[in-house]
Design a binder for this molecule. Structure first.
Ligand code: NAP
Length: 493
């Protein structure tokens, strides 16, 4: 690939994608690699090996890469000689993951490319495949000497779901750890690559305005909502194994909660931050009656009639899998005791967005009780699709009367001209290549998230209560509103 101007400090490496003909690679990885290249965030000596099962040639895969960039990249494909040199750095290798002998040929190709691109044996293995393939692929990589770890580095990147409970996650971890040391395992949670999630720590720890108030003295409660308008979109069999609890809460939502609630780390290095996140996950508590699970029925979303979950392709008619979860968690530590964390996620909801709301306590209204409603201060961190920060506070209504109105300051990051926020995968791939793992989850974070989620899931097994239906296009079952209303609060929409 063409020599980049800036990132000469990055180690040379080969980026090996298993599952190169899949959806994730096409939609996210190819465009992200192109954008990194355009922003000079790839090392000068860099090549990609796209590993796929289908019969394809290197020319085919290079055409696929260009097509995916044209369709999905945030920066336009320019067809300059430099761009075509970047594309020529992609090589295809046909492999069935279970054809052990063929890994020998893959190893030969990598060695040959090491010579050609001067990549010294440094490799990223990105497993864009279903989790049941993680361990067998890792084992073959080890058996064929592709991860020798001497005078070079080899890192593996894996996608969620990381197990379907603690036991399966532990088994998976043990298997992968036979080939890769913990510091070389990059467990992606792509939410952590989002701009506003990265902004959370800056917002908290770089502003006198917030950090002194970030505790149970001043915060009444926290809400985290991840709402999707889509349904399961043909991924019924996967969803049947996961459900909203395992698909969204165990990873993305708990990761966000940990970042919101953690103590200031002693340093901004990876392990110090992860240590603080783990402490939050260990302090998490929930009661069975504070978890509501729902499943969408037929309804109207975005002006279109949609079918019920149980009518989706390859979903059993009597499925009890939840497509919606709302819960009230507690972080039982000195800072947070008494502050509920309400989490809510679902499919086929009326609006697509992810947002964190910090609801401050109300001040006593004694001074102003005749002058209007005294609303609590709100800090909203908009994660997607809008990226920004919204702060609501009280001010005097202009005029001769001394009455009060809520006003707001609204900072929209992605509305600013010239700001074209990188996609989460760009930041994450960049971090893998430079060996920075703060935005990836360490094993003990995964472990404690599963402990929390398993407790809920076990409760459901004993609970004869069925999953509660909700019409697609609504905000979930009414029990979710009841959960927060009984505490005298409302979901912020
Ligand atoms: N898609 C997303 O947006 C997304 C988001 C978050 C996480 N993930 C996770 O990322 C992983 C990949 O998802 P995906 O949506 O890209 O899946 P996908 O579209 O089904 O792609 C799977 C890939 O694995 C290959 N494959 C399967 N079995 C194989 C075998 N025995 N030998 C060789 N290749 C084999 C497929 O090859 P063929 O093309 O030949 O079948 C395909 O390239 C999953 O763990 C998923 O949960 C995906």
């Amino acid at each position: 690939m063409v020599k980049s101007q800036i990132e000469t400090t990055l180690d040379p490496c080969i980026f090996v994608i298993f599952g190169a003909t899949g959806d994730l690679t096409e939609r996210k990885l190819y465009p992200a690699l192109y954008n990194l290249y355009k922003d000079n965030h790839l090392p000068p000596q860099f090549a990609v090996v796209a590993v796929g099962r289908r019969e394809k040639t290197t020319t085919d895969i290079q055409d696929d890469v260009v097509e995916s960039i044209r369709k999905l990249s945030r920066q336009n494909y320019q067809q300059t000689s430099e761009d075509s040199q970047f594309i020529q750095g992609f090589h295809y290798f046909q492999l069935d993951f279970y054809d052990s002998d063929n890994y020998l040929n893959l190893e030969r190709l990598l060695t040959e490319l090491d010579e050609r691109y001067q990549t010294h044996g440094n490799r990223v293995f990105f497993l864009a495949v279903a989790p049941e393939h993680f361990a067998p692929i890792a084992e073959e990589i080890s058996n064929h000497g592709m991860a020798p770890n001497q005078d070079s580095w080899q890192r593996v990147v894996i996608e969620k779901p990381f197990g379907r409970d603690l036991v399966s996650a532990m088994e998976l971890n043990t298997n992968i750890s036979r080939t890769f040391a913990e510091h070389n395992i990059y467990r992606i949670d792509h939410y952590l690559g989002k701009e506003m999630v990265q902004n959370l720590m800056v917002l908290r720890f770089a502003n006198t305005l917030f950090e002194p108030l970030w505790n149970n003295k001043y915060i009444d409660h926290v809400q985290v909502t991840f709402a999707e308008t889509v349904g399961v979109e043909g991924r019924g069999p996967y969803y049947e194994q996961a459900g909203a609890l395992r698909d969204m809460v165990q990873n993305h939502m708990l990761q966000l909660l940990a970042l919101i609630a953690m103590e200031p780390p002693v340093d901004l290095d990876t392990e110090s931050i992860r240590d603080e996140k783990v402490k939050v996950l260990r302090s998490l508590q929930v009661s069975g009656e504070d978890v509501i699970r729902g499943q969408y029925g037929p309804g109207v979303v975005d002006d279109k009639q949609v079918i019920a979950y149980i009518q989706e392709e390859r979903v059993p008619e009597d499925s009890q899998v939840e497509t919606f979860v709302a819960l009230k968690a507690r972080v039982e530590n000195f800072r947070w005791t008494g502050v509920p964390f309400y989490l809510r996620t679902g499919k086929h909801l009326p609006k697509k967005y992810s947002e964190i709301i910090i609801n401050f306590k109300k001040l006593p209204g004694v001074l102003f009780f005749k002058r209007g409603k005294l609303d609590p201060n709100l800090l909203i961190i908009r994660v997607q699709p809008d990226e920004g920060i919204y702060l609501k506070f009280n001010a005097k209504r202009p005029g001769t009367e001394q009455s009060i109105i809520p006003v707001s300051m609204d900072f929209c990051q992605n509305c600013l001209e010239g700001i074209n926020s990188p996609e989460a995968y760009e930041r994450l791939i960049f971090d893998v290549v430079r060996g920075e793992s703060t935005l990836f989850t360490r094993w003990d974070e995964v472990e404690h998230s599963w402990r929390f989620v398993d407790k809920i899931a076990e409760g459901w097994q004993d609970d004869p209560k069925m999953v509660v239906p909700y019409p697609a296009g609504s905000w979930g079952p009414s029990q979710a509103d009841f959960l927060i209303r009984t505490d005298g609060r409302e979901w912020f929409m």
